[in-house]
Design a protein around this ligand. Structure first.
Ligand code: CP
Length: 326
């Protein structure tokens, strides 16, 4: 078990080695067991986490905040609009100053072309670890919870199991591409074959796809790209279908919405789930556009693991905080 994670940032999915992710999972399961038993685990007593949000959240905010309290510490919820960031506080100043007040800085900044650069700017100046609560490129804590959930449902040896990471239609807004990018980077390291499926205008970042393909080559797994939702679902063990914006095709939200609206049939429904393996699980990080992105029949059906997935955010994040912030 690799244990020297104290003081480390987690910004991109590959920042932790495979062995370090395995350590995170071991600790996460131990903390999940302790919580189930009502066993106190104040590993971060008197420690504090700054949670800086540039974008809304339900699960991420609540699970980090509850997690810090369960570890005996405190999390401060900070919305960027209530700070002096708009009046001139730079990423360096935020890193220098919050890094002196807090034992960790967690940031959500999803703006395309800005978020990841901002988080790295803070990390460069911070003496405390910086944790990425989702940026424009990665959503590493979601991905750790997803990996944990897949192992709970499919076993710890995921070799020869296939995940389809599929685009799905949404009408609400152009969602970040961080979740699919994190999934395609992390899952090959744990032996999963990956099928990435999207309409042509919804490409992921080429450098991320190249890194994911390199991971697949390194770990001897398959990596395929298709442009048909139902084809992508064929024989999948794990169906992970969610929307993201056509951000590499257009930066204009109105044009992006027009492109997106051409693909309303990219909905996860029972007919598409029927071509996956009979014991396939359905995953979504939430929030989903119900009956647009996925039917309620699938979302509330027996193959859906979305609530276990959401719960595991708590345990995975507590594990990373306990390993990095002491
Ligand atoms: N999945 C996820 O990150 O949820 P929130 O946007 O509600 O935090």
């Amino acid at each position: 078990m690799i244990t020297n994670l104290r003081g480390r940032d987690l910004i991109g999915d590959l920042d932790f080695t495979k062995e370090e992710v395995e350590t995170v999972l071991e600790v996460a399961w131990d903390l999940k067991r302790k919580r189930a038993l009502g066993e106190p685990h104040p590993l971060l007593r008197d420690k504090t986490l700054a949670m800086l949000f540039f974008f809304s959240s339900t699960r991420t905010r609540c699970s980090f905040e509850a997690g810090m309290a369960q570890l005996g510490g405190h999390a401060a919820f900070i919305e960027s609009k209530t700070t002096q960031i708009a009046h001139g506080d730079t990423p360096t100043e935020i890193g220098e100053i919050l890094g002196r007040y807090f034992d960790g800085i967690a940031i959500r900044h999803c703006d395309w072309g800005l978020g990841n650069a901002y988080i790295n700017g803070v990390a460069k100046a911070s003496r405390a670890p910086v944790l990425n609560m989702q940026c424009d490129i990665y959503h590493p804590f979601q991905c750790l919870a997803d990996l944990m959930t897949i192992m709970e449902k499919k076993g710890r040896d995921l070799r020869k199991k296939r995940i389809v990471v599929s685009w799905a239609y949404a009408s609400s807004y152009l969602k970040p591409m961080s979740v699919p990018q994190s999934l395609i980077l992390q899952m090959p390291r744990f032996g999963m074959d990956v099928t990435l499926s999207y309409p042509p205008e919804f490409k992921l970042m080429p450098e991320i796809v190249e890194q994911a393909q390199a991971q697949a080559r390194k770990y001897g797994t398959a990596f395929d790209i298709v442009h048909d939702m139902k084809q992508g679902f064929e024989d999948a063990d794990v169906v992970y279908a969610k929307s993201w914006g056509p951000l590499l095709t257009t930066a204009d939200p109105a044009e992006g919405k027009r492109i997106q609206d051409q693909y309303k049939d990219w909905i996860t429904d029972a007919a598409k789930m029927a071509v996956a393996k009979p014991d396939a699980i359905y995953m979504h990080p939430l929030p989903a556009d119900r009956d647009i992105e996925v039917t309620s029949e699938v979302m509330d059906g027996p193959q859906s693991v979305v609530f276990d997935q959401a719960e595991n955010r708590l345990h995975a994040q507590k594990a990373v905080m306990a390993l990095t912030m002491w």
